[in-house]
Design a protein around this ligand. Structure first.
Ligand SMILES: O=C(O)/C=C/C(=O)CC(=O)CC(=O)O
Ligand SMILES: [Ca+2]
Ligand SMILES: [Mg+2]
Length: 423
């Protein structure tokens, strides 16, 4: 049997080379369709969603209990562990191959199991157990540090020794397409003496990737690089919406709180770690050498292109405002997970780890408006004379990500959200 990542594989379903969802990808999600059935587990292939519950009911995927695919969340499937994840993906890849007749030639089953993407509603794919957000792009941390604390205190002394993070809110993680209401909070601009409570005036996005943790670790247990890697089920695109004015006033000394608690958006498709395997690369050199528990024996970064578009209410299409790459991250997702468990903190199935804002060395690689507009001092020019320092009501933000293979791409689709006025 060919390897499920083989670039030569083709499906009997025709897939455009520019599609994010060729047979080499097979990302998992939760969907419902016009048939009135409850939300269940599916896999994206070209312009279709493959209904895994229908396939399993028909005994076509015997590696798992059909019940796990009837669930409105991937948590029960993730609980089965990496061997089952891998065997299931291999079996789905086999069923979709152009030279494998079992599904290809069974018209009745095909009609039940292949739902046009256009008819599918995509749901939040996991029950988010906990949400942690890191701060692992050196370029982003330096830019924010310069703006918030000045050039001499930009990177704090701990930053080069460990992945810095904070515990965020799982309760407000939403799926792409969910509208985001402008938050209210305490504001105290530097030139004003006392704080007031009101609508955020400096609403921002943050371009991030999210790691979906698919296996638990025990309280008190440390993780090796290998153990941490094997706990990672896959990745999603993540937008850590941020209220910069609330953040600037509240963050000392415990870090972001309400500024980042009102909404975090993720893409509906989880691209598996296994599908990203061919795109592994080394991250930037780490100097000083990390303490031994954080050392990496293998490359744990990914060559993944990322772009962000902004569409104001009056614009027909989004304008690209950032183009960067996940490979620039200083601390890898594996190091973040190892560090997260290093005190004995238990990890749960369904934990979501934000990578931290992904910026890069160049100006066009800045992953937030805070950096793009340099704290509001260099407005971004949109078509027809419009300008932006931060997000306005009605603005829509779209993030995309993909790894480019030879003649195909392994992509994430998009995470989109638009801004509603404060209530
Ligand atoms: O105070 C600071 O230095 C800034 C902290 C953040 O903005 C937290 C955050 O979300 C980090 C990130 O996404 O990289
Ligand atoms: Ca963030
Ligand atoms: Mg958030």
């Amino acid at each position: 049997m060919p390897h499920p990542n083989d670039p030569k594989l083709r499906s009997f379903i025709s897939v455009d080379p520019a599609s994010d969802f060729p047979i080499q990808n097979l990302p998992y999600g939760v969907f419902s369709s016009k048939d009135g059935l409850a939300p269940r587990v599916g896999v994206a292939i070209g312009d279709y969603v493959l209904d895994l519950w229908q396939l399993a009911q028909d005994c076509r995927i015997d590696v798992v209990e059909p019940g796990v695919f009837a669930a409105p969340t991937l948590n029960p499937f993730m609980a089965l562990g990496p061997k089952v994840w891998s065997n299931t993906r291999a079996r789905i890849g086999e069923l979709l191959r152009h030279d494998y007749p079992e599904l290809r030639d069974n018209e009745k089953l095909r009609r039940r199991a292949l739902v046009p993407m256009a008819d599918a509603k995509l749901h939040l794919p996991i029950t988010v157990a906990g949400y942690t957000d890191f701060y692992s792009s050196k370029e982003h941390a330096t830019n924010v540090g310069v703006m918030f604390r000045g050039k001499d205190n930009a990177l704090q002394p701990n930053w080069l020794h460990m992945p810095i993070g904070y515990n965020g809110r799982a309760s407000t993680v939403v799926v792409s397409g969910t509208q985001v209401r402008r938050p209210r909070g305490q504001l105290k601009p530097p030139n004003v003496e006392l704080p007031s409570f009101g609508a955020c005036k400096r609403l921002d996005f943050e371009l991030e990737m999210g790691v979906v943790v698919g296996q638990p670790s025990r309280m008190g247990e440390m993780l090796s690089e290998k153990q941490a890697e094997e706990m990672i089920f896959g990745f999603v695109l993540l937008n850590d919406w941020s209220a910069r004015d609330i953040q600037q006033w509240e963050y000392v000394p415990l870090g972001p709180f309400q500024a980042k608690a009102f909404a975090t958006s993720i893409s509906p498709w989880i691209v598996t770690r296994e599908a990203l395997e061919p795109f592994r690369v080394h991250g930037p050199e780490q100097n000083p050498t990390p303490l031994s528990y954080l050392k990496q024996a293998q490359p744990n970064n990914y060559d993944m292109q990322l772009d962000v578009g902004l569409r104001a209410a009056q614009m027909n299409e989004a304008m690209r405002i950032c183009r960067t790459n996940f490979k620039y991250m200083y601390w890898s997702s594996v190091q973040q997970l190892v560090h997260h468990a290093s005190s004995g903190c238990a990890m749960n199935i369904g934990d979501l780890l934000g990578s931290g804002t992904i910026s890069g060395p160049e100006k066009h690689q800045r992953g937030s408006l805070l950096e793009i507009s340099w704290n509001g001092t260099e407005p971004l020019e949109l078509p027809e004379g419009r300008k932006r320092t931060f997000l306005e009501d009605g603005d829509s933000l779209v993030m995309r990500g993909w790894c480019q293979g030879d003649g195909y791409r392994v992509g994430f689709g998009e995470v989109e959200g638009s801004i509603l006025p404060a209530s």
